[in-house]
Design a protein around this ligand. Structure first.
Ligand code: GLC
Length: 497
């Protein structure tokens, strides 16, 4: 299959969150199944210079954004059998930040038009166009609005429903090359909503875990789009993310001080090095907890700030929090780490190498999210043999099974309700089991066995694409037959589907 993905970030080129890791690893996994994978991305300023030097200039063309005629350069880069194309326009993408610019609507409308110009320039005929998150939300609609000689199906993946790409209604006439008949499909509460457009027009919608696919039908998680999602219920699938086990590998990771794998003594050496590095008491036996996250409310940080004092004053543990984000959380963590200098550290930056060392050093990884479409932190933690303590929501619920002392099953700890004391009690229970070698060893064995790579999930995407193309073929067949005969019931069903 010719699969073309459109996304707004991809590691190692540029990253603000988990989306970048997925776009770095899913295409690679699909390419290894012998499909042709092309990924089209904006070319932002933050691309590392050593990669910039290796880019190949493929040419340039004009892209119209209503009355504005804009230059568009096209660069390419090949890695792991995946072909990456970068859309170059200094005015739109040579900025300090990837998003949250006042002209985001115009920047991603330009990107959407440039996406189609790129296909045309390369004479690339996709079978599947797979778009990710709101920045690419207009592409399914533009795909429909274009007349394609070749049938193409669109898939739209929701990585986080909270971020929808919401802009004033005026951009419809100002920026979008669309007949006014399409305004209704994009409008929500008097605004243009890119995500809504994708939910209505994509041939299929996926979310990054089965539980999140269910949850977002409910107003609590639906972010105002639950009715549109419910209307598409028969075309939504949840497929859990994997991680690239070559990149996240405690045995070959150059960031990790002492390489290890399935060897708790080796892991404890990393704890000792980290205690030294952060000037904490050196002790192999004290349980070490880490939280590595964007510091925003949805990550469940209010639960942590609520119980941290009580936890640190009653338990002998070490806790390290790393990340940047909302000022209220940064202040709370600064203040608490000042009050508990022997047991708490707050690292108020995000540093990839140090993050890997923290995964390697820790015994427990905290992720009490209020909602979590998939979550990669808990998967990386499992890979580095740090036991996740999570709230049972979205992908956390699908990937972490709570340890059960009676049958020895489970690869972490979890709690159901979004409640600070349920979180605290779960942490206490985890500490209790940490000191019981029989349970602890069983738990570690289950962690070692957790399936974390893309193998299964990439096959699920492959099946989905095949199913869509199958429907396509049947539709075409049906279209031909309709010229002469009436459609049979089964074929009619397929068309509706
Ligand atoms: C978003 C979600 C996160 C998910 C990631 C990759 O960042 O918040 O849960 O793991 O996208 O799909």
């Amino acid at each position: 299959m010719n699969i073309v993905m459109a996304a707004s970030e991809c590691a190692p080129f540029f990253k603000t969150g988990g989306l970048a890791d997925v776009i770095a690893s899913l295409p690679k996994a699909l390419a290894s199944k012998k499909h042709n994978l092309t990924v089209i991305l904006p070319k932002y300023r933050s691309m590392p210079s050593e990669i910039q030097k290796q880019l190949q200039f493929e040419g340039s063309f004009d892209v119209w954004v209503k009355w504005r005629k804009q230059y568009c350069g096209l660069f390419s880069y090949k890695q792991d059998k995946v072909k990456y194309y970068f859309i170059d326009n200094e005015y739109y993408f040579n900025r300090a930040h990837l998003y949250d610019e006042p002209d985001d609507a115009e920047r991603f409308v330009f990107f959407s038009h440039a996406f189609f110009e790129t296909l045309q320039t390369l004479q690339l005929i996709p079978d599947i166009i797979h778009c990710h998150d709101w920045q690419t939300g207009l592409i399914p609609l533009y795909t429909k609005a274009r007349v394609y000689q070749h049938p193409v199906k669109t898939v739209f993946t929701i990585h986080n429903l909270k971020y929808q790409g919401v802009f004033p209604l005026s951009i419809f006439h100002e920026l979008l090359h669309l007949d006014p008949v399409h305004m209704g499909g994009l409008e929500l509460d008097g605004m243009i909503n890119f995500m809504k457009g994708a939910l209505i027009h994509a041939d299929w919608i996926t979310t990054v875990s089965p539980s999140y696919a269910q949850e977002i039908l409910d107003p609590y998680y639906g972010e105002g789009l639950e009715n549109y999602l419910t209307n598409r219920i028969s075309s939504i699938t949840g497929i859990v993310n994997g991680i690239d086990e070559d990149i996240y590998n405690p045995q070959s990771d150059l960031n990790v001080s002492v390489p290890y794998s399935r060897n708790y003594a080796g892991k404890k050496e990393n704890k000792r090095v980290m205690q030294q590095e952060l000037d904490l008491n050196i002790s192999k036996d004290v349980p070490m907890f880490v939280l590595i996250s964007r510091l925003v409310e949805e990550k469940g940080l209010p639960l942590l700030t609520h119980i941290l004092d009580e936890l640190l004053s009653t338990e002998t543990i070490q806790i390290i929090i790393m990340g940047t984000g909302e000022a209220c959380f940064e202040e709370a963590f600064h203040s608490i780490s000042n009050r508990y200098p022997d047991s708490c550290r707050f690292i108020n930056v995000f540093h990839e190498g140090l993050a890997h060392r923290l995964y390697a050093a820790s015994d427990f990884f905290l992720m009490p999210s209020r909602f979590e479409p998939c979550g990669l932190g808990q998967l990386i933690a499992l890979r580095y043999e740090s036991i996740p303590i999570v709230r049972e929501t979205g992908g956390l619920k699908d990937t972490i099974k709570p340890y059960n002392e009676f049958n020895g099953e489970g690869n972490g700890f979890s709690f159901t309700n979004y409640n600070a004391y349920d979180f605290l009690n779960t942490i206490r229970y985890a500490i209790h089991l940490y000191y019981q070698p029989t349970h602890w060893n069983r738990l570690l064995k289950n962690v070692y066995k957790s399936k974390l790579n893309w193998e299964h999930s990439a096959s699920c995407y492959e099946d989905l694409y095949n199913m869509l193309l199958q429907v396509n073929e049947e539709e075409n067949y049906d279209h031909d037959r309709r010229q002469s005969k009436s459609v049979t019931e089964r074929e009619a069903h397929l068309i509706i589907r």
